[in-house]
Design a binder for this molecule. Structure first.
Ligand code: PLP
Length: 464
């Protein structure tokens, strides 16, 4: 329970519920069959078999009445839709970049950016990888290099800015390969794979100075940067009195452009964009978007989608929204911690990450403990989560071996404005029940492995 003490208001949802979707509970037998049929991969389960869906916070947010009303204002013209200009105004106002190219979702923007900025043999430093981001860099001929601070790889370390760039690692790369082989640094605001961890403004300022000196662009992955802004407000000296909106602008003003999955921060079910300040890069993006996504004023989206996105950005860039969003995730994380469940510290913004390595110390990483735990949680309770460990990390292109990342995690991702505090309690109970019988859980063997982003479609069988 949230602590109630005089003079202190706890967070509460800054909305009331107008429409609901009924949930369905299944039996354990039904879930065992469903998991077997899904090859022990939660991505392959059907949502009709799911009770509480914590697979992702991507495109699973609840829209507001104003967003739904915005859908009716869709100007479904092939070119020059009013909704595009509306979105452009909002993106300029909240993010501050000069140019906007809409895309169907984040990876569409990543494709454009990677094709435009990366030449064969380039190196792309980043504060930890994201699956689709790194793949697009590699497909464009680049090599990703992780330059996040060491603290980010240690689930027990409670450093408040685990999303920071290690300037020493970045400089070592630049010294080794030369600045002209490093077109940009890929900077993620609130690092998903590290557990939803922010960078600090001080770190970004230092990065900005360094990159200006070496003529390296800073391209932001803005997907969860409003959540990063909230953490800066909460944790960094001098920011307690600034708004989320002001901090977001300050971050963007120190960068040269962004890719965005609007399915996260921006509270929509589909959408994304690429932005930049440079006129030449913009021209190339405007040209390339017609190849992959659609005309430059819709980029694979309907007019109504752009309208809902514009409204979602306004609603998300507020203290009330972020306090409730992050407050709910923290509530779940603290409950789990109190029950003795090993989770990544500090609790992040969009999810609680269970440390599967510690939860299942008897399972070797090549027998995929996080994958096995996600399957087990589903069978126990119908709660659908996601592996973020050895399966997600894929194989090293040089050696062909599993990457065996330091973090072997199960992500309990909380959709925005969807579940209640009582659901958080049910989730805690389910995890505790699985923890009690953790000794009986066995590892998995991969029996089908797709070439790209294997975690989405890989199939497994229990090891006997
Ligand atoms: C989801 C996500 C993406 C990719 O966006 P899609 O909309 O899923 O294509 C990129 N970066 C981060 C950090 C993400 O969380």
């Amino acid at each position: 329970m949230n602590e109630i003490k005089p003079g202190h208001r706890t967070w509460a949802e800054p909305y009331k519920i107008k429409s609901v979707e009924l949930l369905k509970m299944t039996t354990r037998e039904e879930r065992e069959v469903a998991m077997r049929e899904a090859g022990y991969n939660t991505f392959l389960t059907r949502s009709r078999d799911v009770y509480i869906d914590l697979l992702t916070d991507s495109g699973t947010s609840a829209m507001s009445d104003r967003q739904w009303a915005g859908l009716m204002l869709g100007d479904e013209a092939y070119s020059g839709s009013e909704n595009f200009y509306h979105l452009e105004d909002v993106v300029r106002e909240y993010y501050g970049y000069k140019h906007l190219v809409p895309t169907h979702q984040g990876r569409g923007a990543e494709n454009l950016m990677s094709q435009i900025l990366i030449k064969d043999g380039d190196y792309i430093p980043g504060n930890m990888y994201f699956t689709t981001t790194r793949l697009h860099q590699e497909l464009a001929g680049g090599t990703f290099v992780d330059v996040i601070v060491d603290e980010a790889h240690d689930p027990d370390c409670d450093f408040p800015f685990k999303g920071n760039v290690d300037m020493g690692k970045l400089d070592a790369l630049v010294q080794k390969v030369g600045a002209d082989r490093v077109p940009y640094i890929s900077l993620e605001g609130n690092v998903n794979m590290a557990g939803g961890q922010p960078f600090s403004m001080a770190n970004l300022r230092e990065l900005h100075t360094y990159c200006r000196e070496h003529d390296i662009l800073i391209m932001l992955d803005a997907t969860r940067t409003m959540e990063n802004a909230w953490f800066i407000r909460e944790r960094e000296e001098g920011y307690a009195h600034k708004s989320v909106r002001q901090i977001l602008r300050e971050i963007c003003d120190l960068t040269d452009g962004c890719t965005m999955s609007a399915k996260k921060d921006a509270l929509v079910n589909i959408g994304g964009f690429f932005t930049c300040n440079d006129d030449e890069i913009f021209k190339k993006a405007q040209n390339l978007v017609v190849v992959y996504e659609g005309l430059h004023t819709y980029g694979g989206l309907a007019g109504r989608d752009m309208e809902a996105m514009a409204q979602g950005i306004r609603e998300a860039a507020t203290e009330e929204h972020q306090a409730a969003r992050i407050g709910q995730v923290r509530y779940l994380g603290e409950n789990l911690q109190r029950a003795g469940i090993p989770i990544v510290k500090p609790i992040g913004s969009h999810a609680v990450f269970i440390d599967a390595r510690e939860f299942l110390p008897h399972i070797d990483q090549d027998d995929y403990p996080a994958q096995a735990l996600a399957a087990e949680l589903f069978i126990e309770s119908g709660i659908r989560t996601m592996e973020r460990g050895n399966v997600s990390a894929g194989r090293d292109p040089e050696t062909g071996k599993n990457r065996r990342p330091p973090l072997e995690l199960v992500r309990l991702t909380i959709p925005r404005r969807v579940y209640t505090q009582a659901h958080m309690d049910v989730i805690t109970q389910a995890v505790v029940d699985v923890y009690a019988r953790r000794d009986q859980i066995r590892g998995l063997k991969m029996v089908y492995e797709p070439e790209y982003l294997r975690f989405f479609q890989a199939r497994f069988e229990p090891i006997t």
